[in-house]
Design a protein around this ligand. Structure first.
Ligand SMILES: *[C@@H]1O[C@H](CO)[C@@H](O)[C@H](O)[C@H]1NC(C)=O
Ligand SMILES: *[C@@H]1O[C@H](CO)[C@@H](O)[C@H](O)[C@H]1NC(C)=O
Ligand SMILES: *[C@@H]1O[C@H](CO)[C@@H](O)[C@H](O)[C@H]1NC(C)=O
Ligand SMILES: *[C@@H]1O[C@H](CO)[C@@H](O)[C@H](O)[C@H]1NC(C)=O
Ligand SMILES: *[C@@H]1O[C@H](CO)[C@@H](O)[C@H](O)[C@H]1NC(C)=O
Ligand SMILES: *[C@@H]1O[C@H](CO)[C@@H](O)[C@H](O)[C@H]1NC(C)=O
Ligand SMILES: *[C@@H]1O[C@H](CO)[C@@H](O)[C@H](O)[C@H]1NC(C)=O
Ligand SMILES: *[C@@H]1O[C@H](CO)[C@@H](O)[C@H](O)[C@H]1NC(C)=O
Ligand SMILES: *[C@@H]1O[C@H](CO)[C@@H](O)[C@H](O)[C@H]1NC(C)=O
Ligand SMILES: *[C@@H]1O[C@H](CO)[C@@H](O)[C@H](O)[C@H]1NC(C)=O
Ligand SMILES: *[C@@H]1O[C@H](CO)[C@@H](O)[C@H](O)[C@H]1NC(C)=O
Ligand SMILES: *[C@@H]1O[C@H](CO)[C@@H](O)[C@H](O)[C@H]1NC(C)=O
Length: 443
């Protein structure tokens, strides 16, 4: 206990003693400068009354390679004036201001119109006697000087050619001031139906310019286009370590990629193994092409070796049949053409269609009685009751009843006329009788 507490006491006094003899403190700060700024490296020291700094014992140095070279020497207040060391005069004299410590204990190096090479690690170096009887001691403190500059929007960005066919290549040119540090240019592609940019090229700064810290990067990039790139927009962005993600950018106009037509695909709707007279059918031709394809239909009737007809329809991609006939049998060819590539080989697809007479259907039709109608569909025969038959029956019945009633009426009419005559006759007879009676009465 005793020993250890004593040793701690010793250590503490020793530490206090040492720290009191080396109590001079330096304060420097890192500097980030931008375009148009001046670099100000400021070394502020604090010392106690015992400590003595020699005349020209304060220096600003800069790291070159592995060691620090003096730039300027300063004296404590009331000492000799500050100056730039001989070897550095050509580099600094014209654009450097030195402020020696006065009341404010700061040795300041001000570099105007900084160059890119002014970046780097600077060091404030102070040589002093900590205590009258002690040896010289040196205290240092560093200032990291860095240039920063925001990336600028690309000055030029374009690609050529503007129109091209798939699998050909375009050249993208982008030039931008990417600022500093660690600037780069990125080329992005934004697909037509998806707004997420896709990074396709990145070009980093490879050399440091000495005269101007801002980096200007030119990209000359060759890109092979696919048909999916049709309608895509390219973007060139300029960024550096100061930007979070992509920096300011410029976009290209939309790219137009000519492609196709591919070999057309012919679809039959409904799709069946056999088609029969009376079926409906849509024959459709589809293919992928940009600009959109132009279709031409050709029909070669079955059994007629020479005749070929060009079929037209309002929707050129389709041929529509409401009721197939046997004469619709034959080969249908669809040719797709791309207006932009007329000289390339036209692509054609064909389909053979045979429209059957249904044998079963004809036999079946004989089975349909007089009150049913024979309908053929899908090779089957259906005897459908004719909806006009009941109506006809009703009409016939109405007509018959009308005729019958007319006959009855006519018969009645003629019958009543005969009866009238008889009555008249009887009346006459009766009158006659009566008169006879009467004539008899007076008698
Ligand atoms: C240097 O730094 C000190 C302490 O921070 C400050 O008081 C002084 O004004 C600075 N000098 C210059 C020229 O900036
Ligand atoms: C200092 O600047 C003057 C004019 O601005 C120029 O003529 C001279 O060469 C420069 N000196 C050095 C050492 O750069
Ligand atoms: C100390 O230096 C600063 C900076 O140059 C100056 O503004 C100030 O007047 C000086 N003070 C004295 C007492 O010389
Ligand atoms: C373009 O390349 C794709 C994939 O290699 C190929 O399928 C297509 O036929 C090519 N197109 C042309 C016009 O050469
Ligand atoms: C460019 O720099 C970034 C970040 O330092 C790095 O991730 C990338 O691989 C570099 N690209 C090239 C092509 O050098
Ligand atoms: C560019 O400058 C920075 C800072 O001065 C340095 O660290 C880096 O190594 C330099 N790069 C090249 C390629 O010279
Ligand atoms: C330095 O940068 C500025 C601003 O971007 C530019 O106007 C100037 O031309 C550049 N100087 C050199 C030598 O590149
Ligand atoms: C881009 O590069 C190609 C080949 O690499 C070259 O023919 C063309 O002239 C370059 N264009 C520019 C503007 O540098
Ligand atoms: C682009 O196409 C050319 C030839 O057409 C080929 O040599 C090159 O490798 C392709 N580039 C890429 C990135 O696919
Ligand atoms: C780049 O930025 C990151 C954080 O934003 C930082 O950690 C890194 O040190 C920076 N690099 C340089 C060379 O400035
Ligand atoms: C027409 O085709 C049918 C069957 O395919 C065949 O039986 C008939 O002989 C052909 N008629 C002619 C004139 O070629
Ligand atoms: C392709 O079809 C178009 C239109 O029918 C025609 O003008 C062109 O000559 C055809 N091209 C070839 C190579 O047959």
């Amino acid at each position: 206990m005793d020993i250890s507490s004593k040793s701690i006491q010793l250590l503490l006094t020793g530490f206090l003693f040492i720290s009191s003899i080396y109590s001079l403190t330096l304060k420097t700060e890192d500097v980030i400068f931008e375009e148009g700024d001046t670099i100000i490296v400021n070394c502020t020291y604090d010392k106690d009354g015992q400590e003595e700094i020699l005349d020209r014992g304060i220096r600003w140095q800069k790291q070159t390679d592995d060691y620090f070279k003096d730039i300027a020497l300063f004296s404590p207040p009331n000492g000799r004036g500050p100056f730039i060391v001989k070897g550095m005069q050509s580099l600094y004299s014209n654009r450097t201001e030195l402020i020696a410590p006065n009341i404010s204990l700061s040795a300041v190096l001000i570099v105007k119109h900084p160059l890119c090479g002014d970046q780097g690690l600077y060091r404030c170096w102070i040589e002093y006697y900590p205590w009258v009887s002690f040896n010289m001691h040196v205290q240092t403190s560093g200032s990291d000087v860095k240039f920063k500059s925001k990336p600028k929007i690309p000055e030029e960005f374009h690609f050529f050619p503007k129109e091209l066919e798939e699998n050909q290549s375009i050249i993208l040119l982008c030039g931008a001031n990417v600022g500093s540090p660690l600037g780069n240019i990125e080329i992005w592609k934004i697909p037509q139906y998806n707004n997420t940019p896709v990074l396709i090229q990145e070009l980093n700064v490879t050399t440091n310019k000495t005269e101007n810290c801002t980096e200007f990067i030119n990209v000359n990039f060759t890109y092979n286009v696919t048909r999916d790139d049709n309608g895509a927009v390219f973007r060139c962005s300029s960024q550096n370590n100061l930007t979070q993600g992509p920096g300011p950018y410029k976009e290209s106009p939309k790219m137009f990629v000519i492609y196709g037509p591919d070999k057309p695909v012919i679809t039959l709707t409904p799709f069946k193994s056999f088609y029969f007279v009376g079926d409906y059918l849509t024959i459709q031709c589809t293919t992928d092409s940009n600009p959109p394809p132009v279709f031409t239909w050709k029909f070669h009737p079955h059994n007629k070796s020479l005749e070929t007809v060009i079929k037209t329809s309002s929707d050129v991609s389709k041929l529509v049949y409401d009721t197939l006939k046997t004469t619709d049998s034959g080969t249908y060819s669809c040719t797709a053409t791309n207006a932009a590539t007329l000289n390339s080989v036209n692509v054609t697809s064909s389909v053979f269609l045979y429209v059957n007479h249904s044998e079963i259907g004809y036999q079946g039709c004989n089975q349909c009685g007089y009150l049913t109608v024979c309908q053929q569909y899908d090779g089957k025969t259906v005897c459908v009751t004719n909806k006009w038959i009941p109506i006809a029956i009703v009409f016939i019945l109405i007509s018959v009843s009308f005729a019958a009633s007319s006959i009855v009426l006519i018969k009645n009419k003629s019958a009543s006329q005969n009866d009238g005559g008889y009555q008249a006759h009887t009346e006459i007879v009766n009158t006659h009788v009566y008169s006879a009676l009467q004539s008899h009465k007076p008698e």
